[in-house]
Design a protein around this ligand. Structure first.
Ligand SMILES: Nc1ncnc2c1ncn2[C@@H]1O[C@H](COP(=O)(O)OP(=O)(O)OP(=O)(O)O)[C@@H](O)[C@H]1O
Ligand SMILES: CC(C)(CO)[C@@H](O)C(=O)NCCC(=O)O
Ligand SMILES: [K+]
Length: 255
């Protein structure tokens, strides 16, 4: 079985593939202070809960946008699983030309999403990933990664509001009952939720216009399911896009 690991700034998502089938997935908090041994213990517990053992894993692929944790997880792979992982980054075969000024600068998660999206849709597309940051990526018809936009994530936006204004509480990010809200909590929810729907549609519309094409628009990430129904532009939500992309990239790089 293949272990796929996506290290984000808020969460590390792990998945186990048996061939093309995702058999289980877990989400743990990203903690830059944790050692490879501490992650090892945590992952052992997750495996135990799913009736899996470390020796069931025959290969590992990691993408990370937290440089300090890349080494920690590489060490974990070697020490606990006995395999050196494929790490998404310069030098791996993506099958996707990267038209960023400096290809080394683009987040590995964005490339992984782009690879998965293009493999599934085989046409030009815009991918919106709602994570710590919200990323927008454009892939053209030929399957080239063309770049995109990075916006503050929904949770970060809410936290900025609450931390900078004494009378504003921390609120759940939900769709409020009305936009002309009559209490602080609903007012903040209205500003963040509808403001964010607007942010997404505006960026996607401008990217689509600039692309001079008619890309498909897909979304992923924890909060995609909440925003997508209100968005005029998002056509589909692909919950496991990043894990799928990691599986595909492993296939392209196994020797
Ligand atoms: N309804 C909600 N209200 C508040 N926060 C939420 C809600 N749903 C998810 N979150 C949080 O939003 C954040 C972003 O979620 P998501 O799972 O898409 O990204 P992530 O995987 O944590 O991002 P990254 O890949 O950058 O680590 C997470 O911290 C998640 O716990
Ligand atoms: C934007 C994030 C934080 C989203 O996870 C990540 O993709 C990242 O750190 N990217 C590096 C900058 C870039 O993609 O241009
Ligand atoms: K992510």
């Amino acid at each position: 079985m293949l272990l796929v690991v996506d290290v984000g700034n808020t969460n590390i998502v792990l998945g186990i593939y048996d061939g093309r089938k995702l058999v289980c997935d877990w989400r743990i908090s990203t903690d830059k202070a944790k050692t490879s041994d501490e992650y090892g213990i945590l992952i052992r517990e997750l495996f135990r809960g799913a009736g899996l053992e470390f020796k069931d894993v025959k290969a590992i692929i990691i993408s990370s946008v937290v440089p300090t944790l890349s080494g920690v997880l590489e060490r974990l792979s070697l020490n606990y699983f006995g395999y050196s992982p494929v790490v998404v980054g310069p030098g791996i075969r993506t099958g996707m030309p990267i038209q960023y000024d400096n290809p080394k600068e683009v987040g590995a998660d964005r490339i992984v999403n782009a690879v998965a999206g293009y493999e599934k849709y085989k046409t030009s597309l815009i991918i919106v990933d709602f994570g710590t940051a919200t990323t927008f990526d454009y892939v053209n018809r030929k399957g080239e990664y063309c770049g995109g936009a990075i916006a503050p994530g929904l949770v970060i936006s809410m936290e900025a509001l609450f931390q900078r204004a004494s009378k504003l509480p921390r609120v759940d990010i939900i769709k409020p009952p009305v936009v002309i809200a009559r209490n602080t909590v609903n007012s903040m929810q209205a500003g963040i939720f509808y403001g964010y729907v607007g942010l997404v549609d505006e960026i996607v519309s401008r990217m689509r216009a600039e692309s001079k094409d008619s890309p498909r628009i897909i979304a992923t990430g924890g909060l995609a399911g909440m925003i997508a129904p209100e968005s005029k532009t998002i056509e589909a939500v692909e919950d496991y896009l990043t894990l799928e992309g990691l599986r595909i990239l492993y296939e392209r790089n196994r020797e």
